[in-house]
Design a protein around this ligand. Structure first.
Ligand SMILES: [Zn+2]
Ligand SMILES: [Zn+2]
Length: 259
């Protein structure tokens, strides 16, 4: 079983626990590696990301923990960089490239805050067409190479609420084509795509991102994959990794990347 996770949030952004609490929980679970991935600073939405003036303290704290717990666990200091975020200052061990918005007519529409907000965005700027929204989302996700990622984050985050309140028809050929096109654009980067269990831990979904058809496509095209918890609390560490790994193997995954 995989006992490493490189997608971990703390109270430096929108997570509940301190980095040290996360480290202690990871050690008690017997984890081999823990990578912190603070949300990069986005000026247009400061509700969930690190404050600009806290970046240096974040790096310092993770580096302190790296040393303190070096005999027990490998710790990495990373960042989850949104496509629309400012270029982060400071030295990070790795970057997760993610997209949490679609920018249209100068407005950043958040995709993962609530189903209600997502629907309103689609009505307001996409004339109620969820598939047109999805096309724009995946077209923007195709640009995630611009974040210089080591990992591609939750590729179809827009489906976060679909199991509770369906918004997208992921069998619509136009949806499928748009999503696959994003995969095609990102494959040459040679970095792994996440199999992300974060929405399962938080009660929104029963299956990880990306959708099975998309994961199967990534694997068929020779894409690499990595298991990620997108953890926002110590209680979420390694949650649903076993079933996500089994699902990925059933779709053809043979190996899981690590950093
Ligand atoms: Zn994210
Ligand atoms: Zn995240």
């Amino acid at each position: 079983m995989i006992k490493a996770d490189f997608h971990v949030h703390t109270n430096f952004c929108d997570g509940k626990n301190t980095p040290e609490e996360m480290v202690q929980a990871a050690i008690s679970l017997g984890m081999t590696s823990l990578g912190f991935s603070v949300h990069s600073y986005t000026e247009f939405d400061q509700s969930y990301c690190i404050k600009k003036e806290k970046v240096a303290a974040y790096i310092e704290e993770i580096n302190r923990l790296k040393e303190k717990y070096s005999s027990k666990i490998r710790i990495l200091c990373g960042i989850e960089r949104d496509l629309y975020a400012e270029t982060p200052e400071g030295c990070f061990d790795y970057t997760i490239g993610s997209l949490h918005y679609v920018k249209k007519n100068g407005v950043y529409y958040t995709v993962d805050e609530s189903a209600d907000r997502l629907r309103k965005a689609i009505d307001e700027a996409w004339q109620g067409s969820a598939v047109d929204f999805a096309k724009d989302y995946f077209a923007e996700a195709s640009r995630l190479g611009e974040t210089s990622p080591d990992i591609i984050g939750h590729l179809d985050l827009i489906t976060k609420f679909d199991e509770i309140e369906p918004i997208f028809d992921i069998t619509n050929p136009a949806y499928v084509a748009a999503a696959k096109k994003a995969v095609d654009a990102l494959l040459p980067l040679g970095v792994p795509f996440e199999i992300n269990t974060g929405a399962i831990s938080r009660g929104y979904r029963k299956t990880p991102y990306p959708a099975p058809f998309l994961l199967a496509y990534i694997l068929e095209k020779g894409g690499k994959v990595i298991l990620s918890g997108d953890v926002h609390a110590a209680s979420g560490l390694l949650c649903h990794f076993e079933e996500a790994e089994a699902l990925a193997r059933s779709l053809g995954a043979e190996a899981f990347e690590t950093l």
